[in-house]
Design a protein. Structure first.
Length: 372
């Protein structure tokens, strides 16, 4: 039988217990404690209805909104080191968002869904595969399924935890992370490898828009109308798009083979491919050329030469479709010494000339004119 309590009351009891005893509890343990004390309700408290957006609120104002939301608890559940999405994500939801409880007892665990932790205020201790680091305000961590981790908040810091079904990631966000951007491709590769633990870490300091996205997604995840789940997914789509567009240069990741420094290699390739050679890349990052070739092939699926060509061609398509630049100007922008060389490579890839490609796609981005 489910029982109910507001976020604010649950967190108040958690903090008071810690200050009084010096001990911590995990979420299921605190649920049992509150049940035994008679502090849970058998009918849900009336939560204030809200149709507003939350972008203009201060952190304190939104924290009070969260305090008013209702938690559904099921006492007498064991603390489990393997958490299934059916245990925590409501049946009708693809995404569910909570404010991570403060003062919890450390308990490393794994689960079969994606978790995104966003430190909105303060800091927290992030434990991953038995290694600890402090996550600070503005940091966002995407944790792949089957990765052992834990999050501990020792004060009144605020961390939002976004839980996303793996099936939803695979179907809804897969295409977003399959774009031409090398790092987007790498994100997808890392996050879909269930055989090894991994995470992606971004740093987005003082980003009001990201706060707005997460707040509104959380608001939708607690509504119960026919549109809320779709709206919540749309907000998370905006979150991923914002991270890929604005924060790929801040990327760090855990990797069982390479160590986090290889993310810098990928970033450097992405932003300098126009003039980059394998020898200069190897020299800059102190790899031997054969070892660097192996790492690139293992983690992008392409050798260095193929990778550079794919990046050039993808940018060429963007320029042809979205600008009026001359073919010679596009060739120079993407790293070719002549328009003829560019045209030969383009024709070999797309089986038509750049001019033909531009003509074929010239109407795709024209403004909609309903009365012409």
């Amino acid at each position: 039988m489910p029982y109910y309590i507001t976020y604010g009351e649950f967190q108040k009891q958690m903090k008071e217990y810690y200050l009084r005893t010096g001990n911590r509890m995990q979420f299921p343990e605190m649920s049992d404690y509150l049940y035994r004390k008679g502090l849970l309700k058998d009918t849900p408290p009336e939560a204030p209805a809200s149709k507003e957006m939350f972008g203009n609120m201060t952190d304190e104002e939104f924290d009070r909104i969260v305090d008013s939301l209702v938690l559904t608890l099921t006492p007498n559940q064991a603390v489990n080191s393997k958490v299934a999405e059916t245990d925590i994500i409501p049946k009708t939801r693809d995404v569910f968002i909570i404010r991570h409880p403060r003062y919890t007892r450390p308990s490393p665990h794994t689960h079969n869904y994606f978790e995104i932790d966003y430190v909105v205020q303060g800091s927290c201790t992030f434990v991953f595969e038995k290694t600890s680091r402090v996550m600070k305000e503005g940091e966002i961590c995407i944790i792949a399924p089957s990765s052992e981790h834990d999050l501990v908040i020792d004060d009144d810091s605020t961390v939002f935890c976004i839980m996303l079904r793996k099936s939803t990631f695979d179907t809804t966000f897969f295409s977003l992370m399959s774009r031409k951007d090398l790092l987007s491709y790498f994100f997808r590769t890392i996050l879909q490898d269930d055989s090894h633990a991994n995470y992606l870490l971004f740093f987005a300091e003082n980003n009001t828009w990201l706060k707005t996205i997460v707040r509104n997604a959380m608001g939708e995840s607690y509504k119960n109308d026919a549109y809320s789940n779709t709206c919540c997914i749309s907000w998370i789509n905006l979150l991923f798009s914002n991270l890929l567009r604005n924060y790929s240069k801040t990327l760090q990741f855990y990797n069982y083979q390479m160590g986090s420094d290889f993310s810098l290699v990928l970033q450097y390739i992405q932003h300098n491919y126009q003039t980059l050679s394998l020898s200069s890349l190897a020299e800059m990052f102190h790899y031997s050329e054969p070892h660097l070739c192996t790492l690139i092939k293992q983690n992008t699926g392409h050798n260095f030469t193929e990778l550079i060509k794919r990046l050039r061609m993808a940018d060429a398509v963007d320029y042809l479709t979205n600008t009026n630049q001359k073919i010679s100007e596009i060739a120079e922008r993407i790293g070719y010494n002549s328009a003829d060389h560019f045209s030969r490579v383009f024709r070999g890839t797309y089986h038509m000339s750049p001019q033909e490609y531009r003509k074929m796609h010239s109407g795709e981005n024209e403004a909609f004119q309903p009365f012409t």
